[in-house]
Design a protein around this ligand. Structure first.
Ligand code: CMC
Length: 436
């Protein structure tokens, strides 16, 4: 962090002494006011529910400029990474800070692809779930359970443990997601095949059966890989902050990532792709394009509680750059599968057009986010809707672990412990039960 020459001065109207607060400059983006000594010097906390104005850490991994609609991983624009690099190169970049050269890439792929298998015991663990359990419930359990298998990599203060648990998590997530799916539909688990690409292997574990040969379709594998790349990291979002907070207690990485999976499940975060596809399907059932106007009116009516899922973002106040790339992938996948006239895609395009012109959305800077199109792509590939968020979790695992490892490596890191503004009862005496 670079100190700035400028200082912020906090003054109080009741005559309490004012306080100078240091400012720090990032390499890009807004400066931050350092309030760490505020409580010690003034006896006051800051109040910022939802962290609207709070930088919870300093980070070198991902940068978002929400007004411009810009997303950078380690300085590289997402548009360039999505076109020039595959997901494992992106993982390497997020974990180690630089893009790999050819031999580093080959080494990393080899490492990841040789940790894809999970302990055989895992399938017995899975068997305890109901067949109709939500995949995110299953994933939360399975990822947490990994900590019971890898006692040799749970010491977060050991950099080698941190590295091997990162590799294990990235390698095993596709296997776990595919197992969760196969379990739901009652098919045998398909073991990983390590000579395939990361995304190709995932598609095979999802869609192959032991009865037939399976050759992943290149266009669909590329689309899957792009979904992974676009979801790989997104700075201090709710699930990443959860992982950091959970990890700040010194817990093991598998437990911290399980907390991230649980947080991602919510419909305001990772669950939005599932919610978005369900919304499109509902509008389609009720009459499709002809009913968009009615639906948009409901969204604008605050009392209806209806939101346009896949629209809006806490940080992007412009078109989400990932949504543009996902829209492109949507065209490619539907073209490859001969689904150019897919009614849900047509509906999504029309809904987007109407919403982008509507004063309600314009005034609030509500634009499509990545989830608006990713559900359509995944559905076309054959992924069942309830599995969408699990795929998001798979992809985001690298971001979570890179952020967690960055935090642990930071000499300034402390256990996360927010404070509160208490507005409850002041001290009072407990009355005997007969008098209450
Ligand atoms: N539909 C209708 N109105 C909306 C929407 C929406 N999708 N999103 C925000 N608004 C309105 C909101 O009602 C408020 O209006 P007003 O100022 O009149 O009260 C205004 O826009 C500002 O909204 P906010 O709730 O203060 O914004 P936020 O930053 O707290 O919420 C959000 C961000 C993503 C939770 C929200 O936009 C949302 O719920 N969107 C739908 C869910 C979704 O698509 N989530 C995926 C996010 S991208 C994937 C990821 O990174 O996890």
């Amino acid at each position: 962090m670079t100190p700035s020459d400028v200082k912020a001065t906090l003054s109080f109207s009741d005559g309490s002494p004012s306080m100078d607060l240091p400012l720090y400059k990032g390499s890009i983006g807004p400066d931050v006011i350092d309030i760490r000594k505020l409580y010690a010097q003034t006896g006051k906390f800051t109040y910022d529910p939802g962290f609207l104005s709070t930088a919870s850490c300093n980070s070198t991994i991902t940068y978002i400029d929400g007004d411009k609609g810009e997303l950078l991983y380690r300085g590289y624009p997402i548009e360039q990474l999505a076109v020039n690099c595959d997901y494992l190169e992106t993982c390497y970049l997020l974990l180690y800070g630089e893009l790999p050269n050819e031999s580093q890439k080959a080494d990393f792929e080899d490492k990841v692809m040789h940790h894809t298998m999970v302990n055989e015991q895992m399938q017995f663990f899975l068997r305890g779930f109901r067949r109709d359990a939500h995949p995110m419930a299953v994933m939360t359990g399975l990822v947490g359970a990994l900590s019971s298998f890898y006692h040799d990599s749970t010491d977060i203060n050991n950099p080698e443990h941190r590295e091997i648990s990162a590799i294990r998590l990235i390698a095993k997530m596709p296997t776990l997601v595919a197992m969760a799916y196969k379990y739901t539909i009652g098919q045998p688990y398909i073991y990983p095949q390590n000579n395939l690409s990361y995304a190709g292997n995932f598609m095979r574990m999802m869609f192959a059966t032991p009865c037939e040969d399976y050759k992943p379709n290149d266009v669909l594998v590329r689309a899957m890989d792009r979904i992974f790349t676009l979801h790989a990291d997104h700075e201090q979002n709710a699930s990443t902050s959860t992982v950091r907070l959970c990890g700040s207690s010194g817990t093991n990485p598998f437990a911290a990532i399980a907390a991230g999976v649980a947080c991602l499940w919510g419909p305001a975060h990772g669950g939005a792709n599932e919610a978005c596809l369900n919304m499109l399907t509902d509008i389609q059932k009720q009459g499709g394009v002809a009913r968009i106007g009615e639906f948009v009116s409901k969204v604008k009516d605050k009392n209806s509680g209806v939101k346009l899922m896949g629209f809006g973002h806490r940080v992007y106040k412009n078109y989400d750059p990932r949504a543009k790339l996902m829209r492109e992938t949507c065209h490619e996948v539907l073209g490859e599968l001969g689904l150019q006239n897919d009614p849900l895609f047509a509906l999504a395009m029309e809904l987007e057009k109407i919403a982008l012109e509507d004063e309600y959305f314009v005034a609030r800077k509500l634009y499509p986010n990545v989830d608006f199109y990713s559900g359509i792509v995944q559905r076309a590939i054959g992924i069942p809707v309830p599995l969408f968020t699990a795929i998001f979790a798979l992809a985001r695992t690298v971001g979570w672990i890179a952020q967690l490892n960055e935090m642990i490596g930071d000499p300034e890191y402390k256990i996360g412990r927010p404070r509160q503004l208490f507005v409850g009862a002041t001290p009072r005496d407990v009355k005997p039960i007969a008098q209450r």
